[in-house]
Design a protein around this ligand. Structure first.
Ligand code: COI
Length: 353
C-alpha cells in the first residue's frame, strides 16, 4: 500500500513523560484512509494531527457505526521500539467490522499503517519506566444520511498518545463495584466487538461506581445477572484455591489480547488455567471459605491490574489484604518484561518497528 506522508511544519512541545496519565496527549501525526463503495479503501496518508471536518448528518453521529482498537508501542532500554501482538488487534478489528457492517481492511495494510505512523512519530515513544505509546486505530461511518443502514463511506484513522498508567493507583490494587442493575452486553449483541456503543452503555454504571469511591464496574451477564462478564476497561481473572479462572469467550465479552497472553503465559508456567462461566456467588463463596487468593484484570490500557476490593450490593470483600497477589505480580513482571524488551520473547509476541 502506498502511504503519502506530509510532515508537520510545527512539531508540538512534548509533555512531561513523568506525568502522562492516560489518553491526554496526542502526537504530531495521524494516519487516514478513506473507503468508498465500489472503490474500496484508498488514499492512505499520514498527515499532521488535525481536527476532522464531517457533515453533521454523518452516520457515526447518529447510529454509532464505528469501531476502535487499542495497542501499544514500547521503548526498550537499548532504544528499540516494539509492538505487542499487533496482528491480534487487527484480527479483532476485522471481527468487529463484520459485526458492525464495516468493510474489512487488509491485515497487511492495517499493520503497515500502524508501523509507518509509529515510525513517523518514533520520538514520541516515551522512555520513562511504565510508559508507552498508546495506538488508537478507529473507523467511522461518514455518509451524510439519516436512514438506518450501513454507510457507503468510511474513514480509517490512527492516532497516537504517549501514556502512563490507566488507573491513578498504578499497580496498586483497584476497588471494583459489581453492577447488578445495568448490563453492558448480551449474547448475540456486540459484547465481543470493540465498538463505542459498548462503552457508552457502560458509562452509567461507571459513574455510579465512581460516586461510591470505586475505580471500575464488574459487569454481570445480561440475562441472569449472575455470571461474570468483564470489568469496564479490562478482562477479569480469579485465583481460587490455586486455580486461575477467567470467563470464557461466549460472545458477550471482549477477547482481550492481554487476556490471551496471560492465559498462554500462565499455562506455560505450569498454572492450572480454566476458561469457563463463573458466577458472582461462586466468587463470594470462595471468599467466605478463605479460598479467593487473588483477583486481577488484564487489558492493553490497564496492563495487569490487581483488584483489592469487591462490593456487590453492599457486601464488601477485601482480597489478599488489599495487596498485590503473587500471580498478578508475576504476570505484570513477565508480560511487561516482554513488552519492554527486558525479558526474552519466547512466545514471539513482539514486532520491532
Ligand atoms: C484498551 O485497553 O486498549 C482499551 O481500549 C480499554 C479502554 C481504554 C477503553
Amino acid at each position: 500500500m502506498k502511504i503519502t506522508v506530509t510532515r508537520t511544519a510545527a512539531p508540538k512541545v512534548k509533555p512531561d513523560y513523568t506525568k502522562l496519565g492516560f489518553g491526554k496527549y496526542f502526537t504530531d501525526h495521524m494516519f487516514i484512509m478513506d473507503y468508498t463503495e465500489g472503490q474500496g479503501w484508498h488514499d492512505a496518508r499520514i498527515e499532521p494531527y488535525h481536527d476532522l471536518s464531517l457533515s453533521p448528518a454523518a452516520m457515526v453521529f447518529h447510529y454509532a457505526q464505528e469501531m476502535f482498537e487499542g495497542l501499544k508501542a514500547y521503548r526498550t532500554a537499548d532504544g528499540r521500539t516494539l509492538l505487542f501482538r499487533p496482528q491480534k488487534n487487527i484480527e479483532r478489528m476485522n471481527n468487529t467490522n463484520r459485526r458492525l457492517c464495516i468493510p474489512q481492511i487488509d491485515p497487511d495494510d492495517a499493520l503497515q499503517a500502524i508501523v509507518e505512523l509509529v515510525r513517523t512519530d518514533i520520538d514520541w515513544v516515551p522512555t520513562e519506566k511504565g510508559t508507552s505509546l498508546y495506538i488508537r486505530p478507529f473507523i467511522i461511518a461518514t455518509d451524510p444520511f439519516l436512514g438506518v443502514h450501513p454507510s457507503k463511506t468510511y474513514k480509517f484513522i490512527i492516532i497516537l498518545s504517549p501514556v502512563g498508567s490507566y488507573y491513578a493507583a498504578g499497580l496498586n490494587p483497584v476497588k471494583i463495584c459489581v453492577e447488578d442493575e445495568y448490563v453492558r452486553a448480551v449474547k448475540g449483541g456486540m459484547g465481543f466487538a470493540k465498538t463505542g456503543g459498548n462503552y457508552a452503555a457502560s458509562l452509567i454504571g461507571q459513574q455510579k461506581a465512581e460516586e461510591m469511591g470505586y475505580a471500575q464496574v464488574l459487569w454481570l451477564d445480561g440475562i441472569e445477572h449472575k455470571y461474570i462478564d468483564e470489568v469496564g476497561a479490562m478482562n477479569v481473572f480469579f485465583v481460587i484455591d490455586g486455580e486461575v479462572i477467567t470467563p470464557s469467550l461466549e460472545g458477550n465479552i471482549l477477547p482481550g489480547v492481554t487476556r490471551a497472553s496471560a492465559i498462554d503465559y500462565l499455562k506455560s508456567a505450569g498454572y492450572k488455567v480454566t476458561e469457563r462461566r463463573i458466577s458472582i456467588d461462586e466468587v463470594y463463596a470462595a471468599a467466605d471459605a478463605g479460598k479467593l487468593d487473588e483477583v486481577f484484570g488484564t487489558g492493553t490500557a490497564a496492563v495487569i491490574s490487581p483488584v483489592g476490593e469487591l462490593n456487590w450490593d453492599g457486601r464488601v470483600i477485601v482480597i489478599n489484604n488489599g495487596e498485590i497477589g503473587k500471580i498478578s505480580h508475576l504476570l505484570y513482571d513477565e508480560i511487561t518484561g516482554i513488552q519492554w524488551g527486558e525479558k526474552p520473547d519466547t512466545f514471539g509476541w513482539t514486532l520491532e518497528v
